[in-house]
Design a protein around this ligand. Structure first.
Ligand code: HEC
Ligand code: HEC
Length: 371
């Protein structure tokens, strides 16, 4: 009873003091509040008619403000890495079709990661999970990991959020993208969702292949035509023929079916001996050891070195691998058959692969660092 009496007395004293002060000084100033526009504008992806419909993520609708916020974060070294030295774009460089030119990526302090950076084009069409092994089912969820991976940006999400909330510019951008009212509503989930919205807009469909085959505004050279008709695609191939048959797995228009396969690169004694188990490491299924997602070959001339571990430096080496026919492990895909190519055929297949480069992607300002 005594204590309550004292508290009551203290409060009434405060009330008296309050009444004597200027009411403006007394107003509660909420330093968490964000002002500015809060109605995001829906955005429809620009997809050529001959592409499949992009996969819609009902948990993360794309808006103009979300894309713009995501682009800013994607390129922001100070926000993303613990020492301010790297952003997503350090390993996913636009001029290399969003790869880094290394066999295995280097994170901050030059630490070497386990795999080769993937191209980020046409992610909106991948139904199979992200990363070489499909370990991230959702695109937005994927972006959580590079930020905290010791061998990548080595940051702490609490620190990322603190910087975003204290920033002069980002709180208003989060409000514009997600309609939030307070800085504390800037969360890890909204941050990676904005990044994913930006990533989904990176669509590559302006290669010579597109112009020749779908738009009828260009022509293949004789070599490119031979590469397409007789070597890469499988439509004209009699069953049972030994043939490159790249199109079995790298089919148009995305040139990667996103399915998990063992394409025979690893010479191991048994399914238990893969250094990197790929899909098997994710789902624990032994028969999936050594299976990786068939990636797109769009812009392949720009994304060397090749495979999940960057083991092949050139496309010639890649062709030599497929021609040799793998290592007869029981889970190797049946379409890895081995074949022989004349010098002319090899050049033709390489010429065809070079038609998949999309020059406009490399300088498209919508995908570049904000100025
Ligand atoms: C240190 C280099 C590095 C940095 C920094 C980096 N990445 Fe990556 N990225 C990689 C590597 C390596 C892979 C393949 C990972 C795997 O398969 O385990 C990858 C894969 C991806 C994929 C999967 C693509 C696909 O087709 O499945 C996406 C998406 C991606 N990164 C986005 C990002 C984003 C967003 C950031 C910034 C938040 C980022 N990356 C930062 C190296 C990096
Ligand atoms: C049985 C399916 C299959 C066939 C057929 C196939 N590939 Fe692949 N390809 C894959 C898979 C799976 C990967 C990823 C393997 C890895 O990284 O471990 C891959 C990776 C690649 C890469 C590396 C891509 C990158 O981003 O690093 C290139 C280049 C490539 N294939 C070209 C070809 C060519 C050219 C042919 C025809 C001679 C061909 N592939 C036939 C399934 C196939």
């Amino acid at each position: 009873m005594v204590r309550q009496y004292f508290i009551f007395g203290f409060l009434s004293l405060l009330a008296v003091v309050g009444c004597t002060e200027d009411p403006v000084d007394n107003a509660i100033i909420d330093d968490q509040a964000i002002t500015g526009p809060s109605a995001p504008t829906p955005y429809a992806l620009e997809v050529p008619a001959y592409f499949p419909a992009p996969i819609v993520d009902p948990e993360n609708p794309i808006t103009e403000e979300g894309i713009e916020l995501g682009r800013h974060i994607f390129y922001d070294r100070d926000i993303l890495s613990s020492d301010g030295s790297m952003s997503c774009a350090s390993c996913h460089k636009q001029e290399l079709a969003f790869t880094d030119g290394l066999n295995r990526s280097l994170g901050i302090r030059q630490l070497e990661g386990g795999r080769s950076a993937m191209s980020l084009v046409n992610l909106a069409f991948n139904p199979s999970g992200f990363n070489w092994d499909g370990s991230s089912p959702k695109l937005w969820e994927q972006a959580i990991h590079p930020v905290e991976d010791m061998l990548e940006l080595d940051n702490d999400w609490a620190e990322v959020l603190r910087k975003l909330r204290e920033h002069d510019d980002y709180p208003a951008r989060f409000r514009a993208a997600f309609g939030i009212d307070r800085k504390e509503e800037i969360t890890r989930e909204l941050t990676v969702k904005a990044i994913a919205q930006f990533e989904r807009t990176i669509i590559s469909a302006d290669s010579k292949f597109d112009r020749v085959v779908y738009q009828n505004t260009d022509f293949f050279t004789e070599a490119e035509q031979l590469g397409a008709d007789s070597l890469f695609f499988v439509e004209n191939v009699p069953p049972g023929t030994l043939h490159p048959g790249c199109g079995h797995c790298h089919n148009a228009p995305n040139f990667g079916d996103n399915k998990f396969k063992n394409n025979g690169i690893e010479d191991v004694a048994s399914l238990d001996d893969f250094v990197d188990k790929g899909l098997g490491g994710v789902n624990g299924n032994r028969f999936d050891n050594g299976k990786f997602r068939t990636p797109t070959l769009r812009n392949i001339a720009l994304t060397a070195p090749y495979m999940h571990d960057g083991r092949f430096k050139t496309l010639e080496e890649v062709l030599d691998h497929y021609a040799s026919g793998g290592h007869n492990l029981e889970n190797e895909d049946p379409n890895i058959t081995g074949f022989t190519l004349t010098e002319r055929e090899k050049e033709a297949l390489l010429a065809f692969l070079n038609t998949l480069t999309d020059e406009s992607l490399l300088t498209d300002e919508r995908f570049s660092a904000p100025r």
